[in-house]
Structures are given as C-alpha cells and as structure tokens.
Design a protein around this ligand. Structure first.
Ligand code: ZN
Length: 273
C-alpha cells in the first residue's frame, strides 16, 4: 500500500481533500481506492469530499441539517466535541506547546465548491505538545467560524495538518479588515474558475499568514464540515492578521457565507497558551 507521506504533489492535492472530508477513508485506503484517486482530477476530488453527498451552509442542506444528510455525517448532530466554538472563558495555561516549522512551499489553488483551498506540497510541519503534524492544505471561511466572546471576525483561515496516526491539528487565524495582504492577493489572483483545473502557485509562505504574537487558544474539536469527525486538535491564534475590505469582498463574491455556526462547548475546556 502506498505511503501517505511520499506521494507526488498532484496526488497530494486529491488526497488532502479526501483526508479533510473523511479521515477514516484517508487512514484505511484500499489499493483500488488509491488507483482511483490517482486518476481523480479536481472536479472528482470535489465530488469525493463529503462522500458525494451534497451539503451547503444554508437552506435544505445547510449546517443544521448535516447530521441527517448521510449516515456518515451523523456525528455532526450527535457529537459532543464539535467545532467551531465561541472562545470564551479560556483558562490561562502559560505559553509553549506549539512549534511552527513552515517555509515557502509550492502549492495549488482550488475552488472546491465550499471554499478556496490551497493544497500544499510537503515540507511544512507543526509540533503540538510533542507530536508532529504535516500541513496538507489551508482554506478560508467567511465570516470567521470561531468567535471570541461572541465577537465575529470578517474571515478565518485554517491550516490543516495531519499526524502519522491520521488525526488532525488545525491552526486557525482570524482575518480582520485593514491593510491589503500581499500573500492573500497572490492567492486570490490565482483562483481558477469552478470548472477549471487547480492553479499551481509557487513559493507560498504560510508564515505570511501568522500574526506577530504567538498566543493561542487550544481545545479539542472536530472538522467544521461534514463528516464533522472529532479528530481535530484546534489551535486558534489570539491575534488577527489584516486583509483589506476589498480582499474580503472578493472572497464574498465567491462565497458569501461559508461558516458553520458555533457549537456547544459541553464538557470541554479551552486553554489560553
Ligand atoms: Zn475550515
């Protein structure tokens, strides 16, 4: 069976989407599925996301309906550690626990029907509480999915990383209206049409999307899209980065609302690191 950490970039793109949509499929992939993935273009990757079951953010297939759209989405309704959440009442826990090892890396920009996503080649890792996770992709939400004491930001970017064991660590960064952001503009300028192939983009530096301060919220949660798998170690940076209103508007023209509502905290706690 193919090793997930030595695939070529084009395959990584399809796999990254499949992994985000269904970690179990990502972990236990049959050889025939692997063959199928190698032939999968961006459109098919899009269909594979969410097991080909259509879902959306509003209306009859909106966020409140996800759990009933497919048996594999049930945890969207029945889960007890769902994401996103309102980041309130965080417990100060001192700093540390997170090392970010990112560098300029080649990638490709995809419009996957739910967001704009940048699939990344290998080479970007984080070490969270002693465990290493490798970046698969990053993507955007409008407005922010997490809130801070009820406050919503214009946008939020999610850097999705995966451990050898298959579980995920996602680093979220809030995007607030201010100066234009050059790295965002490079991505926006590369966005392909919905029926077009992924657009290669060289030398994307994820560090450009990190705020100056490294304080973060830390909690245990889930994917914020179907199948809502509860396999995500969440890191949400407390400081935001600036993007221009024009850049927010440009994303909104494609995706006016792609944020899941906040979910109950239940018995979890939030650490402020
Ligand atoms: Zn996300």
């Amino acid at each position: 069976m193919r090793h997930h950490h030595s695939f070529p970039n084009t395959l990584a793109a399809g796999l990254a989407m499949a992994c985000l949509a269904g970690v179990q499929a990502c972990q236990a992939e049959a050889p025939d599925q692997a063959d199928a993935e190698e032939q999968m273009d961006a459109e098919h990757a899009q269909e594979a996301e969410g097991g080909e079951v259509h879902w959306s953010y509003e209306g009859a297939t909106g966020a409140d309906m996800w759990g009933g759209l497919d048996p594999s989405f049930a945890v969207c309704d029945t889960g007890v550690q769902q994401s996103p959440i309102d980041l309130a009442g965080a417990i100060p826990a001192g700093g540390g626990g997170l090392e970010i090892q990112w560098q300029p890396t080649d990638g490709e920009v995809v419009d996957n029907g739910h967001t704009i996503q940048v699939n990344m080649a290998q080479g970007n890792t984080i070490t969270l509480e002693g465990r290493q996770f490798s970046m698969l992709q990053f993507h955007f939400h409008l407005p922010s999915e997490h809130t801070v004491e009820g406050g919503v930001y214009p946008m939020e970017v999610h850097f999705v990383h995966q451990a050898e064991e298959g579980d995920l660590a996602v680093v979220g960064v809030f995007m607030d209206a201010g100066e234009a952001h050059a790295a965002i503009q490079a991505i926006w300028d590369a966005i392909p049409g919905v029926d077009e192939a992924p657009a290669p983009l060289a030398g994307i530096d994820p560090n450009a999307f990190l705020p100056g301060g490294r304080a973060y919220f830390r909690y245990a949660g889930s994917l914020t899209t179907p199948p809502c798998s509860e396999v995500v170690s969440w890191v949400v940076m407390t400081e935001s980065i600036a993007v221009s209103q024009e850049q927010v508007d440009a994303f909104a023209a494609l995706y006016p609302m792609n944020a899941r509502p906040v979910q109950p905290l239940n018995r979890r706690f939030i650490l402020l690191k």
